[in-house]
Design a protein around this ligand. Sequence first.
Ligand code: HEC
Length: 290
Amino acid sequence: MGLRLKYNLVLVLACLLGIAAATVLSYVFVQRSAVEDVKQNIRLLRGNALAVRSYTLNHVEPLLEDDSDILFLPETVTAFAARTVFDTFRGSFPEYSYKESALDPTNPADRPDARERAMIEQFRADPELDQIASVLDTGAGRELTMAFPITITQEGCLRCHSTPEAAPPAMIDLYGPANGFGWQLGETVGAQFISAPMTLVEARARDARLMLIGGLALVFLLVFVMTNLLLGRMVLTPVRRMSALAEKVSLGDFSVPEYRKPGRDEISSLSASFNRMRRSLERAMSMIDG
Ligand code: HEC
């Protein structure tokens, strides 16, 4: 096997290993950072929903408190406000969704599906758990859903969610006395579910990976071409010439011209030494002949 072939085999092997390692690493890191991006989007949306809740509770609801016997406006309810604001937001970003579910909801539309119910049960079983993230493959692409527990931490919530007798009569007229009661202080009654699409960040992650691996392949190609050119010019061509010369001289043919590789590297000094050896040999032969 020639030197060039040996060198290229080792180089190609190193390139393949390098590209394989880069592919695996970039897949793990880029994918992780894509998921982190989506999670951050969801946290922002949640922060906004919490702000809407707090605004409704502290600024809107007190305005109607005095009339609550005769008038009940769902617009003053935190859950209603958060959902309605999000529905408006979905006008521009339809692929996002927001839901506040409770195991025993005031509004039947807030009943959890099987997947949501399992997550709520998980929160109820583990009070330390403050979020769950899960990825679902919907028909239109992958979607990340994050769930956050809703725990009753304020006495004020119990006015409407403890017993039908304690709740504003006008609210009972609207929602009925059957659902959304019996909640306890400190109890996790439900969860917020916010979903965001992963298609966009995944496409961006794929592009980033392709760029990285493409760039690496290009660098390897350049290294391959340039080192091969150098190897040929600095080592292989001079060695081949010297070897052909040595072949002739060893057969007693001293008519071939000397070859001296220009420069000061190892091959140049080898060519100089060879020339000296050849002259000594020629002199010794002529002495024998003479
Ligand atoms: C003035 C009465 C009132 C108060 C006070 C109130 N809620 Fe509600 N809550 C409601 C009504 C009515 C709904 C149903 C709204 C709708 O149509 O979506 C609701 C809905 C909810 C929901 C969505 C699930 C469901 O039951 O439909 C959650 C979760 C919830 N409330 C939690 C709370 C928490 C936590 C507090 C305290 C910060 C609170 N609520 C205070 C009346 C109230």
